[in-house]
Design a protein around this ligand. Structure first.
Ligand SMILES: [Zn+2]
Length: 211
């Protein structure tokens, strides 16, 4: 009888142990998976996304730069980028004489089309010539293009110096001031992202003139 009781106790405790493990397992695999503030889960989400929507940029500094920008940008902005109903595609392009370092295009799908990418997509074209820059400068350019998507500039045809400055201000607020400075230094103001050719950052003397 005692022997049976012991077994029952062991059985009871193993059920409890299983339940505890199951709850622990569920909570670590389901709840934080959506929490992009946890670096481990963010890395998984970013890796899975880039495997689907990015060129491999194999052997280039561009791939790791994209990855780091996505790892560091604020969670709210990242959620906009990782929205698979309207994805951002990172496409490597070969540079030509007139190629920009990077540019963004919006694709809007007509209602009659098959229900894929129904909310359209953003294509960020990244020239291979960008790889000649430092990692910081490449990140500055990538963050700038992503800022245009977060601010939805291109789809609403906000292509102006004001939009450029807004994008630059946003990436600085994301913590990419050093990367913005590197991109400006190495690629020039006009070449930061899809830049409007003669755009300059706000100059104090111009502000005084407006007054
Ligand atoms: Zn731009």
């Amino acid at each position: 009888m005692i022997h049976i009781m012991k077994n029952q106790h062991i059985h009871f405790f193993s059920i409890i142990l299983c339940l505890v493990l199951a709850i622990a397992c569920c909570s670590c695999t389901t709840f934080p998976r959506r929490d992009l503030s946890v670096p481990e889960y963010r890395a998984k989400a970013v890796d899975a996304y880039l495997a689907e929507f990015s060129d491999s940029f194999e052997g280039s500094k561009i791939g790791p730069a994209i990855h780091e920008v996505l790892m560091r940008m604020p969670q709210d902005a990242l959620k906009i980028i990782l929205n698979r109903r309207r994805p951002v595609l990172f496409v490597g392009v070969c540079s030509s004489g007139t190629a920009k370092f990077a540019s963004s295009s919006e694709v809007i799908i007509c209602e009659k089309d098959v229900p894929a990418f129904q909310q359209g997509m953003t294509i960020i074209k990244i020239s291979d010539s960008l790889a000649s820059g430092s990692s910081d400068a490449i990140m500055g350019i990538v963050a700038h293009e992503l800022a245009h998507r977060v601010l939805d500039h291109i789809r609403h045809n906000h292509v102006s110096c004001q939009a450029e400055r807004e994008a630059n201000r946003l990436i600085k607020s994301w913590g990419f001031a050093k990367e913005y400075a590197a991109a400006s230094k190495e690629f020039g103001h006009a070449k930061v992202g899809d830049g409007v050719a003669s755009c300059q950052e706000e100059a104090p003397e111009k502000k005084e003139l407006i007054k």
